[in-house]
Design a protein around this ligand. Structure first.
Ligand code: ATP
Length: 274
């Protein structure tokens, strides 16, 4: 644990990544990404489809190998010393089923197991129920997740991350496929965790209901950071309830390089520069 990352009150940076490069299937996906997220901040990761957002999050969490660069989480380097029990992660999709039909309670309770702790802690049922409640899944405790819709499975995954009351919460497009009232409940829960000091890194297609929480946006394009600063404002025509989001947003050319969000990038995200 290095002195510059951690003081007596805990790590100053929840995420500290420098020069991250990732190559997958022979393609260079991340080309030297620097991301530093101070403890307690809520950061949105934005960018067009295929810009490398999920790969970056997976690299930060050690789920894909780095070909170059360094990552520290909550003051510890990636690896066996990384404090996984203090980190919650919600992947974009439910991992392929193993064929074992776990119930919602079992999946969420697995979020309380880590390292050598193979038994859930005292009071786990109450915590699991509260986490399912926070994602609008109260009453579904005994249902096998395999029988649930994609949106319901996503909510169970979110509950599995929330049940830890994590210090660092990493979410990959958490609200896709989830109905609007449940999105609001979920955002309230993330806001509560943030109020308790948690750091949140969230991949979003658009800021949507997270907008009031987002303090900073990191925008990727073709595996590089093209903006790191104030979040873009939603464009009025995109914010309207009648706007549909199924259309593909075009990739602007050339990419902006400065710290400010370039005028061509806003339309890509359906947002205006700050
Ligand atoms: N395992 C893999 N092997 C080869 N290429 C991959 C692999 N995983 C991702 N890629 C490629 O890396 C690029 C970035 O993918 P990634 O999923 O990180 O983008 P993204 O910004 O999260 O996109 P989306 O918004 O569609 O999820 C894409 O071109 C994708 O096809």
């Amino acid at each position: 644990m290095s002195a510059d990352r951690t003081d007596a009150t805990g790590p100053t940076n929840a995420v500290e990544a420098h020069g991250v490069e990732v190559t997958l299937g022979g393609s260079r996906i991340l080309l030297g990404v620097d991301v530093v997220v101070p403890a307690g901040e809520v950061v949105a990761l934005l960018g067009t489809n295929g810009s490398g957002k999920s790969t970056l999050v997976r690299a930060l969490l050690g789920a894909v190998p780095l070909s170059a660069g360094t990552v520290h989480l909550l003051g510890e380097p990636l690896g066996p010393r990384a404090p996984w029990s203090r980190i919650g992660y919600v992947p974009q999709r439910m991992p392929a089923s193993s064929g074992v039909s776990a119930t919602a309670v079992e999946v969420v309770a697995s979020g309380l197991l880590h390292g050598r702790a193979l038994r859930p802690p005292r009071g786990w049922r109450t915590r699991v129920r509260a986490a399912l409640d926070a994602v609008g899944m109260a009453g579904h405790e005994r249902r096998p997740v395999q029988e649930m819709s994609g949106g319901q499975q996503q909510r169970v995954l979110i509950a599995r991350a929330l049940v830890r009351e994590p210090e660092l919460l990493v979410l990959d497009e958490p609200t896709s496929g989830i109905d609007v009232p449940t999105q609001a409940t979920f955002v309230d829960t993330v806001a509560r965790l943030h109020g308790q000091g948690a750091t949140v890194v969230v991949i979003l297609h658009e800021l949507g209901p997270f907008e009031p929480l987002i303090q900073r946006a990191v925008v990727l394009r073709h595996g590089r950071v093209v903006h790191d600063g104030l979040p873009p404002r939603p464009r009025l025509d995109h914010a309207g309830a009648t706007h549909h989001h199924e259309h593909a947003h075009h990739d602007p050319d050339p990419p902006p390089t400065g710290p400010a969000l370039g005028p061509t990038l806003g339309p890509t995200l359906g947002m205006e520069a700050p």
